[in-house]
Design a binder for this molecule. Sequence first.
Ligand code: GLA
Length: 353
Amino acid sequence: MPVEEVAAFAPGRVNVIGEHTDYNLGLALPFAIAEGVTVRARAEGGDGGRILAIASDLDERDELMLAAPGPAQGWRAFVHGAVAELTAAGVPLAGGVLEISGGVPQGAGLSSSAALTIALCLALIELGRPDDVAPGTLPLERVELARLCSRVENDWTGARTGLLDQLASLYGAPETALRIDFASLAVVPVPMRLQGCRLVVADSGERHVHAGSGYNERREECARACRLLGVGSLREARPERLSELPEPLVRRARHVLEENLRVQEAVAVLLEGRPEQLGPLLNASHASLRDLYEISTPAVEATVRRLLDAGALGARIVGGGFGGSVLGLIPPDLAIPAGCLEVRPGPGAHLLG
Ligand code: GLA
Protein backbone atom coordinates (compact mmCIF):
# COMPACT_ATOMS: atom_id res chain seq x y z
CA MET A 1 0.00 0.00 0.00
CA PRO A 2 1.47 3.39 -0.91
CA VAL A 3 1.64 5.91 1.94
CA GLU A 4 -1.62 7.88 1.97
CA GLU A 5 -1.01 10.49 4.62
CA VAL A 6 1.89 11.63 6.73
CA ALA A 7 2.86 14.56 8.94
CA ALA A 8 6.41 15.65 9.76
CA PHE A 9 7.63 18.17 12.31
CA ALA A 10 11.02 19.89 12.38
CA PRO A 11 12.00 22.26 15.20
CA GLY A 12 13.77 25.58 14.99
CA ARG A 13 16.83 26.05 17.17
CA VAL A 14 18.49 28.32 19.63
CA ASN A 15 22.25 28.45 19.73
CA VAL A 16 23.53 28.79 23.31
CA ILE A 17 26.89 29.92 22.00
CA GLY A 18 29.17 29.45 18.98
CA GLU A 19 27.92 31.93 16.39
CA HIS A 20 29.34 32.13 12.87
CA THR A 21 31.65 29.25 13.69
CA ASP A 22 29.91 26.50 11.67
CA TYR A 23 31.14 27.48 8.19
CA ASN A 24 34.56 28.09 9.76
CA LEU A 25 34.67 24.44 10.90
CA GLY A 26 34.58 25.49 14.54
CA LEU A 27 32.34 24.62 17.50
CA ALA A 28 28.77 25.48 18.50
CA LEU A 29 26.26 24.52 21.21
CA PRO A 30 22.70 24.70 19.84
CA PHE A 31 19.50 22.98 20.93
CA ALA A 32 16.22 22.25 19.16
CA ILE A 33 13.27 24.26 20.50
CA ALA A 34 9.58 23.37 20.82
CA GLU A 35 8.57 25.78 18.05
CA GLY A 36 8.91 24.47 14.53
CA VAL A 37 7.36 23.74 11.14
CA THR A 38 4.84 20.98 10.40
CA VAL A 39 4.25 19.59 6.92
CA ARG A 40 1.16 17.41 6.40
CA ALA A 41 1.30 15.47 3.16
CA ARG A 42 -1.32 13.35 1.44
CA ALA A 43 -1.11 11.28 -1.71
CA GLU A 44 -3.00 12.48 -4.73
CA GLY A 45 -4.79 10.52 -7.43
CA GLY A 46 -3.88 11.02 -11.10
CA ASP A 47 -0.48 10.26 -12.53
CA GLY A 48 1.19 11.10 -9.22
CA GLY A 49 3.81 13.41 -10.66
CA ARG A 50 2.48 16.67 -9.29
CA ILE A 51 3.06 18.47 -5.98
CA LEU A 52 0.61 21.03 -4.70
CA ALA A 53 2.19 22.94 -1.83
CA ILE A 54 0.10 25.15 0.44
CA ALA A 55 1.60 27.62 2.90
CA SER A 56 -1.37 27.73 5.29
CA ASP A 57 -0.17 30.66 7.41
CA LEU A 58 0.41 32.82 4.32
CA ASP A 59 -2.61 31.55 2.43
CA GLU A 60 -0.40 30.95 -0.62
CA ARG A 61 0.04 27.95 -2.87
CA ASP A 62 2.38 26.57 -5.47
CA GLU A 63 2.27 23.77 -7.99
CA LEU A 64 5.19 21.92 -9.51
CA MET A 65 5.97 18.70 -11.33
CA LEU A 66 8.27 16.30 -9.47
CA ALA A 67 10.27 15.84 -12.66
CA ALA A 68 10.90 19.54 -13.24
CA PRO A 69 11.32 21.71 -10.13
CA GLY A 70 12.54 25.05 -11.51
CA PRO A 71 13.89 28.13 -9.73
CA ALA A 72 11.44 29.83 -7.35
CA GLN A 73 11.28 32.63 -4.80
CA GLY A 74 10.50 32.83 -1.07
CA TRP A 75 9.08 29.72 0.63
CA ARG A 76 8.49 28.11 -2.78
CA ALA A 77 12.26 27.90 -3.34
CA PHE A 78 12.49 25.50 -0.38
CA VAL A 79 9.83 23.21 -1.84
CA HIS A 80 11.44 23.17 -5.29
CA GLY A 81 14.90 22.72 -3.80
CA ALA A 82 13.80 19.87 -1.51
CA VAL A 83 12.20 18.01 -4.44
CA ALA A 84 15.24 18.57 -6.67
CA GLU A 85 17.88 17.62 -4.08
CA LEU A 86 16.01 14.51 -2.89
CA THR A 87 15.59 13.39 -6.50
CA ALA A 88 19.27 14.01 -7.21
CA ALA A 89 20.13 11.87 -4.16
CA GLY A 90 18.10 9.00 -5.62
CA VAL A 91 15.29 9.20 -3.05
CA PRO A 92 11.97 7.94 -4.52
CA LEU A 93 9.25 10.62 -4.42
CA ALA A 94 5.50 10.55 -4.99
CA GLY A 95 3.15 13.38 -5.91
CA GLY A 96 0.65 14.80 -3.46
CA VAL A 97 -0.49 17.77 -1.46
CA LEU A 98 1.84 19.36 1.11
CA GLU A 99 0.38 21.64 3.75
CA ILE A 100 2.93 23.74 5.56
CA SER A 101 2.21 25.39 8.89
CA GLY A 102 4.62 26.64 11.43
CA GLY A 103 5.30 28.42 14.63
CA VAL A 104 8.84 29.71 14.10
CA PRO A 105 8.81 33.43 13.34
CA GLN A 106 10.56 33.90 9.99
CA GLY A 107 13.80 35.85 9.98
CA ALA A 108 13.87 35.94 13.79
CA GLY A 109 17.15 34.05 14.01
CA LEU A 110 15.51 30.84 15.24
CA SER A 111 16.13 28.93 12.05
CA SER A 112 12.75 28.91 10.36
CA SER A 113 14.41 28.03 7.03
CA ALA A 114 16.10 24.84 8.21
CA ALA A 115 12.92 23.75 10.02
CA LEU A 116 10.92 24.26 6.83
CA THR A 117 13.42 22.37 4.66
CA ILE A 118 13.72 19.43 7.04
CA ALA A 119 9.97 19.08 7.60
CA LEU A 120 9.47 19.15 3.81
CA CYS A 121 12.15 16.52 3.25
CA LEU A 122 10.83 14.18 5.97
CA ALA A 123 7.28 14.44 4.61
CA LEU A 124 8.39 13.91 1.00
CA ILE A 125 10.60 10.95 1.95
CA GLU A 126 7.74 9.25 3.83
CA LEU A 127 5.16 9.99 1.13
CA GLY A 128 7.37 8.34 -1.48
CA ARG A 129 8.53 5.46 0.76
CA PRO A 130 8.43 2.17 -1.18
CA ASP A 131 6.18 -0.61 0.21
CA ASP A 132 9.07 -2.83 1.22
CA VAL A 133 10.68 -0.16 3.41
CA ALA A 134 9.67 0.17 7.09
CA PRO A 135 7.73 3.35 8.05
CA GLY A 136 9.92 6.23 9.15
CA THR A 137 13.10 4.83 7.61
CA LEU A 138 15.51 7.51 6.42
CA PRO A 139 17.09 6.62 3.07
CA LEU A 140 20.25 8.49 4.07
CA GLU A 141 22.22 9.17 7.26
CA ARG A 142 21.02 12.13 9.32
CA VAL A 143 24.24 14.00 8.65
CA GLU A 144 23.77 13.47 4.89
CA LEU A 145 20.21 14.73 5.17
CA ALA A 146 21.55 17.81 6.97
CA ARG A 147 23.97 18.41 4.08
CA LEU A 148 21.18 17.92 1.54
CA CYS A 149 18.96 20.43 3.37
CA SER A 150 21.84 22.86 3.51
CA ARG A 151 22.27 22.56 -0.29
CA VAL A 152 18.58 23.47 -0.64
CA GLU A 153 19.25 26.68 1.26
CA ASN A 154 22.60 27.44 -0.41
CA ASP A 155 21.74 26.61 -4.01
CA TRP A 156 18.01 27.33 -4.17
CA THR A 157 17.66 30.39 -1.95
CA GLY A 158 21.15 31.89 -2.28
CA ALA A 159 21.90 31.96 1.46
CA ARG A 160 25.37 30.46 1.94
CA THR A 161 24.54 29.25 5.45
CA GLY A 162 26.40 26.45 7.24
CA LEU A 163 25.17 23.24 8.89
CA LEU A 164 24.33 24.55 12.37
CA ASP A 165 20.57 24.80 11.99
CA GLN A 166 20.05 21.53 10.13
CA LEU A 167 22.14 19.47 12.58
CA ALA A 168 20.42 21.07 15.58
CA SER A 169 16.96 20.37 14.16
CA LEU A 170 17.79 16.76 13.19
CA TYR A 171 19.72 15.74 16.31
CA GLY A 172 17.80 17.71 18.96
CA ALA A 173 16.66 15.93 22.12
CA PRO A 174 14.76 17.00 25.27
CA GLU A 175 16.87 18.59 28.03
CA THR A 176 19.92 18.39 25.79
CA ALA A 177 22.14 20.82 23.97
CA LEU A 178 24.44 19.57 21.23
CA ARG A 179 28.16 20.27 21.13
CA ILE A 180 28.85 20.19 17.42
CA ASP A 181 32.35 20.08 16.02
CA PHE A 182 31.99 21.20 12.40
CA ALA A 183 35.41 19.86 11.44
CA SER A 184 34.50 16.24 12.24
CA LEU A 185 30.70 16.73 12.36
CA ALA A 186 30.72 14.96 15.73
CA VAL A 187 27.52 15.80 17.63
CA VAL A 188 27.87 15.24 21.39
CA PRO A 189 24.85 15.62 23.71
CA VAL A 190 25.40 17.98 26.66
CA PRO A 191 22.75 17.80 29.43
CA MET A 192 21.20 21.24 29.96
CA ARG A 193 21.12 21.40 33.75
CA LEU A 194 20.14 25.00 34.32
CA GLN A 195 19.26 24.60 38.03
CA GLY A 196 16.37 27.03 37.95
CA CYS A 197 17.94 29.46 35.49
CA ARG A 198 15.97 29.83 32.26
CA LEU A 199 16.84 30.77 28.71
CA VAL A 200 14.56 33.18 26.89
CA VAL A 201 14.48 34.80 23.48
CA ALA A 202 13.36 38.35 22.85
CA ASP A 203 12.55 39.42 19.32
CA SER A 204 14.31 42.61 18.24
CA GLY A 205 11.47 43.11 15.78
CA GLU A 206 13.97 43.50 12.96
CA ARG A 207 13.80 40.81 10.25
CA HIS A 208 16.67 39.49 8.17
CA VAL A 209 16.99 37.48 4.98
CA HIS A 210 20.38 35.78 4.88
CA ALA A 211 20.68 35.89 1.11
CA GLY A 212 20.39 39.67 1.17
CA SER A 213 22.04 40.57 4.49
CA GLY A 214 25.74 40.80 5.29
CA TYR A 215 25.79 37.05 6.03
CA ASN A 216 27.29 36.01 2.69
CA GLU A 217 29.76 38.90 2.93
CA ARG A 218 30.97 37.67 6.35
CA ARG A 219 31.44 34.22 4.93
CA GLU A 220 33.47 35.62 2.05
CA GLU A 221 35.61 37.65 4.47
CA CYS A 222 36.45 34.47 6.42
CA ALA A 223 37.35 32.70 3.17
CA ARG A 224 39.65 35.62 2.27
CA ALA A 225 41.30 35.45 5.69
CA CYS A 226 41.96 31.73 5.13
CA ARG A 227 43.53 32.37 1.72
CA LEU A 228 45.82 35.04 3.20
CA LEU A 229 46.86 32.77 6.07
CA GLY A 230 47.26 29.75 3.77
CA VAL A 231 44.86 27.57 5.79
CA GLY A 232 41.87 25.51 4.68
CA SER A 233 39.59 26.88 7.41
CA LEU A 234 39.79 29.29 10.35
CA ARG A 235 39.83 26.23 12.62
CA GLU A 236 43.42 25.70 11.50
CA ALA A 237 44.44 29.36 11.94
CA ARG A 238 46.98 30.03 14.69
CA PRO A 239 46.05 32.95 16.99
CA GLU A 240 49.55 34.47 16.83
CA ARG A 241 49.27 34.85 13.05
CA LEU A 242 45.98 36.77 13.01
CA SER A 243 47.80 40.12 13.24
CA GLU A 244 49.10 39.47 9.70
CA LEU A 245 45.55 40.00 8.42
CA PRO A 246 44.27 43.41 7.26
CA GLU A 247 41.17 45.07 8.75
CA PRO A 248 38.40 43.96 9.02
CA LEU A 249 39.55 40.37 8.42
CA VAL A 250 41.69 40.35 11.57
CA ARG A 251 38.61 41.08 13.69
CA ARG A 252 36.42 38.56 11.89
CA ALA A 253 39.01 35.82 12.45
CA ARG A 254 39.57 36.81 16.09
CA HIS A 255 35.86 36.49 16.75
CA VAL A 256 35.79 32.97 15.31
CA LEU A 257 38.81 31.70 17.26
CA GLU A 258 37.65 33.21 20.56
CA GLU A 259 34.07 32.05 20.04
CA ASN A 260 35.32 28.46 19.69
CA LEU A 261 37.01 28.81 23.10
CA ARG A 262 33.80 30.19 24.60
CA VAL A 263 31.90 27.12 23.37
CA GLN A 264 34.36 24.89 25.22
CA GLU A 265 33.96 26.98 28.38
CA ALA A 266 30.16 26.89 28.08
CA VAL A 267 30.19 23.10 27.82
CA ALA A 268 32.45 22.96 30.90
CA VAL A 269 30.23 25.22 33.03
CA LEU A 270 27.13 23.21 32.09
CA LEU A 271 28.80 19.89 32.86
CA GLU A 272 30.14 21.24 36.15
CA GLY A 273 26.70 22.53 37.22
CA ARG A 274 27.58 26.26 37.15
CA PRO A 275 24.86 27.47 34.73
CA GLU A 276 24.94 31.08 35.99
CA GLN A 277 28.48 31.26 34.59
CA LEU A 278 26.95 31.10 31.11
CA GLY A 279 25.96 34.75 31.66
CA PRO A 280 29.41 36.32 31.22
CA LEU A 281 30.07 34.00 28.27
CA LEU A 282 26.89 35.18 26.54
CA ASN A 283 27.90 38.79 27.15
CA ALA A 284 31.41 38.20 25.80
CA SER A 285 29.98 36.48 22.74
CA HIS A 286 27.65 39.39 22.12
CA ALA A 287 30.41 41.99 22.48
CA SER A 288 32.48 40.04 19.97
CA LEU A 289 29.59 39.68 17.50
CA ARG A 290 28.92 43.42 17.83
CA ASP A 291 32.48 44.80 17.73
CA LEU A 292 34.54 42.19 15.88
CA TYR A 293 32.03 40.47 13.62
CA GLU A 294 29.80 43.53 13.28
CA ILE A 295 26.45 41.81 12.83
CA SER A 296 24.43 43.70 15.45
CA THR A 297 21.95 46.51 14.78
CA PRO A 298 20.50 49.33 16.93
CA ALA A 299 17.27 47.34 17.46
CA VAL A 300 19.27 44.32 18.63
CA GLU A 301 21.38 46.48 20.96
CA ALA A 302 18.22 47.96 22.49
CA THR A 303 16.86 44.43 23.04
CA VAL A 304 20.09 43.26 24.70
CA ARG A 305 20.02 46.29 27.00
CA ARG A 306 16.37 45.67 27.83
CA LEU A 307 17.14 42.10 28.93
CA LEU A 308 20.20 43.08 30.97
CA ASP A 309 18.30 45.96 32.62
CA ALA A 310 15.54 43.49 33.53
CA GLY A 311 18.12 41.40 35.41
CA ALA A 312 19.31 38.82 32.84
CA LEU A 313 22.70 37.30 33.73
CA GLY A 314 23.78 37.58 30.10
CA ALA A 315 22.30 38.33 26.69
CA ARG A 316 23.46 38.03 23.12
CA ILE A 317 22.28 38.17 19.55
CA VAL A 318 21.45 34.70 18.26
CA GLY A 319 21.63 33.30 14.73
CA GLY A 320 22.93 34.91 11.57
CA GLY A 321 22.55 38.49 12.80
CA PHE A 322 21.55 41.80 11.19
CA GLY A 323 18.32 41.63 13.20
CA GLY A 324 16.52 38.65 14.68
CA SER A 325 16.34 37.54 18.29
CA VAL A 326 18.33 37.98 21.46
CA LEU A 327 18.99 35.12 23.86
CA GLY A 328 18.98 35.89 27.57
CA LEU A 329 19.84 33.90 30.70
CA ILE A 330 17.34 34.57 33.49
CA PRO A 331 18.35 33.81 37.10
CA PRO A 332 16.11 31.53 39.24
CA ASP A 333 14.52 34.29 41.33
CA LEU A 334 13.55 36.57 38.43
CA ALA A 335 10.25 36.43 36.53
CA ILE A 336 10.48 36.03 32.75
CA PRO A 337 10.63 39.62 31.43
CA ALA A 338 7.61 40.81 29.45
CA GLY A 339 7.64 39.98 25.75
CA CYS A 340 10.16 37.13 26.12
CA LEU A 341 9.62 33.52 25.11
CA GLU A 342 11.15 30.83 27.31
CA VAL A 343 13.02 28.26 25.22
CA ARG A 344 13.89 24.72 26.32
CA PRO A 345 15.56 21.88 24.48
CA GLY A 346 12.95 19.69 22.80
CA PRO A 347 12.91 16.68 20.48
CA GLY A 348 14.51 16.76 17.06
CA ALA A 349 12.70 16.42 13.73
CA HIS A 350 10.28 13.48 13.58
CA LEU A 351 7.16 12.09 11.97
CA LEU A 352 3.92 12.79 13.82
CA GLY A 353 1.31 10.23 14.72
C1 GLA B 1 22.50 31.18 10.48
C2 GLA B 1 23.02 30.09 9.58
C3 GLA B 1 23.90 29.10 10.33
C4 GLA B 1 24.97 29.81 11.16
C5 GLA B 1 24.35 30.96 11.96
C6 GLA B 1 25.40 31.80 12.67
O1 GLA B 1 21.60 30.65 11.41
O2 GLA B 1 21.95 29.38 9.00
O3 GLA B 1 24.49 28.20 9.43
O4 GLA B 1 26.04 30.26 10.37
O5 GLA B 1 23.57 31.82 11.15
O6 GLA B 1 26.02 31.07 13.66
